[in-house]
Design a protein around this ligand. Sequence first.
Ligand code: SF4
Length: 401
Amino acid sequence: MSQTYFQKGFGLKSVVGPVLAQNYDSTVVDRLKALGYVARAGDFTLKLAREFGFCYGVDRAVDYAYETRVKFPDRRLYLVGEIIHNPDVNGRLQAMGILILPEAKDPAERYREVGADDVVILPAFGVPVAERQHLHGKGCVLVDTTCGSVLNVWKNVHKYAAHGFTAVIHGKHYHEETKATASQALTHDGGQYLCVRDKDEASVVCAFLRGHAAADEMRARFAHAASPGFDPDRDLQRIGLANQTTMLMTESLEIQEMLRAAMRDRWGEEALAGRFRAFDTICSATQDRQDAVLRMLQEGGLDLMIVIGGYNSSNTQALTRICSEKLPTFHIDEPDCLSAEGIRHRRVGAHEEEQAADWLPAGPLRVGLTAGASTPNNVVGEVVARLLALRGVKPEQLQAV
Ligand code: SF4
């Protein structure tokens, strides 16, 4: 019987490597790096975060998708949702004939068109257990690019469920990764989960644990963010914390401490070890990017920040939040956001883009740049080129400060 599940690449790196470099590398970014991540041209001083853009998980997933196309040139090739949250990368994959399957509640509906002769790529965030099982049942080839850091979270959620702990996941309940992670809790009898998006939601859980909120209130508030049949009285007696890998690390740690304190108040210090578990599942790539931008802000000397990445990219949103607390910050998702008319961007927490006309003050300006883990260098480089062009300068004119 031929192999239908692949998780470790096809050994075609030497074939796809040059294509990947052509599609995603940037001479402008290389130049900025060579100049020490800070450079000057015309009125502009540009400073690039030391860690930005593609992470190891995204690198691997994109590489694997390209290898899959080469390996199965004649097969119909599907991708479960977006491989990562970046319009440029998803567009290139579609141009290679890879079909993106839109979300649907019911796996039978989502995968109706998929047949045994097809190949399906699972994205870096992973897919929920029920969908994976459904696809296995079809007999199609599965190419699994789930990131190792996501698999690590799953392992811990499994352990919680096996030991009778409800997984409390700091994440967005509608995000692909969080849905996949939550589904892991249900693979054990009695396994439960609760997704907590932010400190506001965590404080509702804390109020319940301290007896200041009713179970019905909890059920109503978390109707879409908890496991089926979730019973706060029964299912919050033992909790284990996990995170969507791309959340804001400082917020995850605060939520961890809020819940630890509430569990201590509810059950007492001595019982805490048997009722509360936590481990940090923010991935190192997310952490490195957040640390780098924090360092850059601490060093000071910047007038504004541009953060580049898909609007639905969680780690890009976290970078935007960090920056916007200190400086005027513009989250953009593509180079076209910059034009002579102004900048098209999205504010923290907003659902729509807005246009800002007078965003570039006249005279010398120091601009900081970073990009989310799903943003390739070519997009960063194009943004730099567009930005410089607004003042009639070319990337070749960038020089050391
Ligand atoms: S952000 Fe982290 S968890 Fe997500 S793909 Fe990248 S390395 Fe993996």
